[in-house]
Design a protein. Structure first.
Length: 462
């Protein structure tokens, strides 16, 4: 081990207890990738540390500044853009021991939480008070509050309820120089000065270390139901989405699965999905118990008159979970098709959605790639999941060409390269396709102001 690294490890062990500093090759390797499964990560972490309080975080920041070494925050590592990868080495700051709910305040409808708290655990606890925290990045049983704030996560419920950014009232942040910054307030509204909280939402750990968050909660809808509506063409499915919205119906979710996604899920996680159909919409309605059947009837009428050829719907919790499990399993199912799987996230104004979906299917066909398309189409958001073999040089080259074309198509349709997954390492070379140079320049200036020595998750986003 180099002397610099030895000293670094000694310093870390002095500040944190021994079991909170991981240093073996295997341990450092295991924490150097994330769910993005990127091919070209050339370096691994120098150390992995588990922090238990703000003072320890400040001490780690001091050490990182002393050795001019990166700090890469890590929640559950489920981001899919290489936001936690370690191309430049560094200290992985793991929050799994800062995972508590510090307060649920039913009167104010707020929760004060630590960054390592699992989203699903928060949801379960607030539901005991009849409250609801809607952001659900499809893997809420593992992903953390800190990671979902830093990644500006969305998910299936964002059509009706918005994304993580809409639920952040206040953040406590350790800055790159060790100072503690408090953003926002505990109030539901705040027009007092710049909204610094939003700067940290989606900052991917590049501007500061989130150590606490006050979240807005809303009343939990009394009842909910979900349906799968099948179509024989993508165009008719998208038309149905627009007709539902034109009729002023406001489902919690309008998600999409194409034929490949349906067939792949059904093959590996059978859920009685109809594999002879071209695509399906997954639509959830919620609200007062006696409104569910009313909403369902109106939506079924619209779906049938828009050409839906079959509709399955949940009548109890078991059926509800079964449909959702099928939708959530699409990426897991894709991993069984090839040794690697990539998932992407592009979004366009809804009027251009059909062109985007058909365009992505055509591009993948042109490059001989399988694609399983899912997405939150109520928002205009599409996730092409592309299973490939990185060792197959031709396939990998084709994948890179297809990715570039998908981004060009998205930009030409007035879209943007991520609605909810972020940029990370995977997309940083492409963001100038959609972000204007002046805006990019101001983003770089913000980074420089917050983190002049480039300690915090360097070379991510841009
Ligand atoms: C199967 C699957 C499905 C998914 N579906 C969706 C979806 O539908 N919608 C969606 O939006 N996302 C989706 N994602 C992406 C992913 O779940 C989210 O990005 C997730 O919320 C990240 O949480 P995490 O705890 O895993 O964060 P991590 O991956 O650990 O970290 C994400 C980023 O946050 C930073 N970070 C973590 N903690 C802190 C902190 N305390 N302070 C500062 N920065 C911090 C990290 O440095 C990194 O940049 C999916 C992922 C998978 C694997």
């Amino acid at each position: 081990m180099l002397t610099k690294n030895k000293n670094l490890i000694n310093d870390l062990k002095k500040q944190l207890s021994k079991e909170n500093v991981l240093t073996t090759l295997e341990e450092r390797y295991a924490y150097s990738q994330d769910a993005s499964n990127l091919k070209d990560i050339k370096n691994i972490a120098d150390a992995v540390v588990f922090v238990e309080n703000i003072e320890q975080i400040q001490n780690v920041v001091k050490i990182a500044n002393k050795y001019k070494i990166p700090i890469i925050c890590r929640g559950a590592g489920t981001n899919v853009v290489g936001a936690c990868t370690t191309e430049h080495g560094g200290i992985i700051l793991n929050f799994s021991k800062m995972n508590k709910i510090l307060e649920i305040n039913p009167e104010n409808m707020t929760a004060r939480v630590q960054p390592g708290l699992i989203l699903g655990d928060l949801q379960k606890e607030v539901e005991k008070f009849g409250l609801f925290y809607p952001p659900d990045p499809s893997n809420l049983k593992v992903s953390t509050i800190g990671g979902s704030i830093a990644q500006s996560s969305g998910g299936a419920k964002s059509f009706k309820y918005g994304t993580t950014k809409d639920y952040i009232l206040s953040l406590t942040v350790v800055m790159a120089n060790g100072e503690i910054l408090q953003t926002g307030s505990n109030t539901i509204k705040n027009a007092t000065g710049y909204n610094l909280s939003t700067l940290f939402v989606g900052s991917e750990g590049t501007l500061g270390i989130i150590t606490e968050a006050v979240l807005k909660l809303i009343p939990k809808p009394e009842a909910r139901a979900v349906m799968m509506s099948y179509f024989d063409t993508v165009e008719s499915a998208i038309k149905a989405v627009n007709t539902i919205i034109d009729n002023r119906i406001y489902p919690a979710t309008i998600d999409f699965m194409d034929k490949n996604a349906i067939c792949t899920v059904e093959k590996f996680y059978p859920a009685n999905l109809l594999t002879d159909k071209e695509c399906a919409l997954v639509i959830e309605v919620d609200g007062f118990k006696n409104s569910i059947e009313y909403q369902r009837k109106i939506i079924v009428n619209i779906l049938e008159s828009s050409g839906s050829s079959a509709i399955q719907y949940s009548t109890n919790d078991e059926e509800y979970e079964k449909i959702w499990m099928a939708r959530r399993s699409s990426m897991g199912a894709c991993t069984k098709l090839r040794p690697n799987v990539t998932t992407d996230d592009v979004i366009v104004p809804r009027e251009n959605l059909a062109k985007l979906v058909k365009g992505i299917q055509n591009i993948c066909e042109k490059y001989n790639l399988i694609t399983c398309l899912v997405g939150h189409v109520g928002d205009g958001s599409v996730h092409p999941q592309i299973p490939i073999d990185y060792e197959d040089k031709v396939e990998y080259e084709n994948y890179k060409l297809a990715k570039n074309e998908i981004y060009q198509l998205t930009a030409s349709l007035d879209g943007i390269l991520s609605g909810e997954h972020g940029v990370g390492y995977a997309k940083k070379d492409y963001i100038n396709m959609v972000i204007n140079p002046t805006a990019l320049d101001y983003m770089r200036k913000i980074k420089k102001t917050f983190d002049p020595d480039n300690i915090l998750n360097p070379y991510k986003i841009f």
